[in-house]
Design a binder for this molecule. Structure first.
Ligand SMILES: Nc1ncnc2c1ncn2[C@@H]1O[C@H](COP(=O)(O)OP(=O)(O)O)[C@@H](O)[C@H]1O
Ligand SMILES: [Mg+2]
Length: 425
């Protein structure tokens, strides 16, 4: 009896434990799944939220609160880190602390709005500052929402959901966002070497700093176009064809079909080498549509803007990540550069988005040092190109960019250095 009772009781015990274990394990699992279901209701599944706060505890607290709602969380602990993560991670929304050492949240927000790649990201400013003036400053810097600390989790979550839903609604009608680094080359006047610079930096990018990436070279002026000739390609009517199409039809395939491919891999769209005024000019909506379409698929868009601030260039200014102003270090060009830079200030193109490239075209007797030029122009000089009249001449004759003709020359090395600067933007 005892022999049979023992196994029976053991059997019962095992059964009870296994049932218990079953419940112990499965009930909480089911319950957790249920909680998860409840908490995910209404949340945009997988939406990526970048939380920026110099205080680690705040980061953890907000992070956990939103993670529990099914959001993907990325964190940054400084303004600069926030800006680079905003570009690299393309978050769906940002929660931005205002008071941080170094760059504060207001400056971060202004910079986000000034960069076409990050401008559309919804931003919630989250601050211990509760005064009306603080809120106004936040909205003026470009915030979509201003919340004050401390906050009830339910309120934070609701505001996040509302903003995300609004972004989705607006996104349906939105234009493609520019993900490419879009860099303009603008001469302080004609003939300073702007097109030569744009062509060589484009090729240098594909050779080194951005090897394997999609680099595009554009010129939106229908006439006086020399890009194709400088690259040894025969000029095509691609730009004219695109300007005659309705902007709504300018999708990636259509635009690419009207571009040329250089042996370096650079894709080229440019005007015709014909006299100014003889061809219909592009209108700003077409310029914007083409730049946005290409900017959504390419890695780098380099734009030869020629000179001047006509309507094509003012349209482009809004889309640029960075503007390189091309200056020859001689009296008249420097004068033109000063007036150009003053106008760009009036147009509120942020100074941090502008750099100067000095192009020496002939060995000159200029006594101005780089520092003196920077003082004169009040901008950083990000590139200095040495004179190479013979190489420049041969390159133009043969339709081969200088960086390909003499890759080891000093001028080619300086052009590569500028390409590296562009790649690091
Ligand atoms: N580093 C340089 N040294 C000497 N000549 C140059 C240099 N860069 C450009 N050039 C020459 O300057 C002239 C004008 O160049 P281009 O690129 O057409 O200027 P832009 O586009 O400003 O009108 C061309 O003949 C070109 O070969
Ligand atoms: Mg030119």
């Amino acid at each position: 009896m005892a022999r049979s009772f023992l196994p029976y009781s053991v059997f019962l015990w095992v059964l009870r434990v296994s049932v218990m274990r079953h419940w112990v394990v499965t009930i909480p699992l089911a319950f957790r799944a249920f909680l998860c279901y409840i908490s995910l209701r209404g949340a945009k599944m997988g939406a990526k939220i970048l939380i920026v706060d110099d205080d680690l505890e705040s980061l953890k607290l907000i992070g956990l609160m939103l993670q529990g709602r099914g959001y993907q969380i990325i964190a940054a602990q400084s303004g600069l880190q926030a800006l680079s993560k905003a570009v690299d991670e393309s978050p769906d929304l940002m929660i931005l602390d205002v008071m941080m050492p170094g760059m504060d949240g207001l400056e971060v927000c202004r910079r986000l709005r000034a960069d076409p790649r990050t401008a559309p990201i919804p931003v919630i400013m989250f601050s211990a500052r509760t005064q009306v003036d603080d809120k106004v400053a936040g909205f003026e810097a470009g915030a979509d929402e201003y919340l004050t600390k401390p906050i009830h989790p339910a309120e934070l979550v609701t505001r996040v959901e509302v903003l995300l839903a609004r972004a989705v609604r607006m996104g349906k009608a939105a234009k493609p966002s520019v993900r490419a680094k879009t860099v303009g080359f603008l001469g302080c006047k004609g003939g300073v070497g702007t097109s030569t610079l744009a062509v060589n930096v484009a090729v240098a990018l594909t050779q080194g700093a951005a090897a394997g990436r999609q680099v595009m070279l554009l010129d939106f002026r229908s006439a006086l176009g020399t890009l194709a000739l400088q690259l040894g390609l025969s000029p095509q009517k691609g730009l004219l064809t695109l300007s005659e199409r309705p902007t709504g039809t300018l999708d990636t395939d259509t635009v690419l079909a009207n571009m040329d491919r250089h042996s370096s891999g650079v894709m080229v769209l440019g005007g015709m080498p014909e006299p100014l005024g003889t061809l219909p000019s592009m209108d700003p909506p077409h310029v914007e549509a083409i730049a946005r379409t290409l900017g959504a698929s390419a890695d780098y868009l380099l734009v030869d803007m020629g000179s001047g601030l006509g309507e094509i260039n003012t349209t482009l200014l809004r889309l640029l990540t960075y503007l390189l102003v091309v200056v020859e270090p001689q009296r008249i060009a420097l004068h033109m550069a000063q007036t150009l830079l003053a106008t760009l200030d009036e147009m509120e193109v942020g100074r941090h988005r502008i750099g100067i490239v000095l192009v020496h075209k002939a060995p000159s007797a200029t006594t101005l040092t780089k520092e003196m030029m920077e003082g004169l122009l009040q901008r950083e000089i990000v590139g200095v190109i040495p004179p190479a009249p013979e190489l420049a001449f041969q390159a133009a004759e043969q339709g081969t960019p200088m960086v390909m003709m003499q890759a080891q020359s000093l001028v080619a090395r300086q052009l590569h250095q500028l390409a590296e600067f562009v790649a690091s933007l």
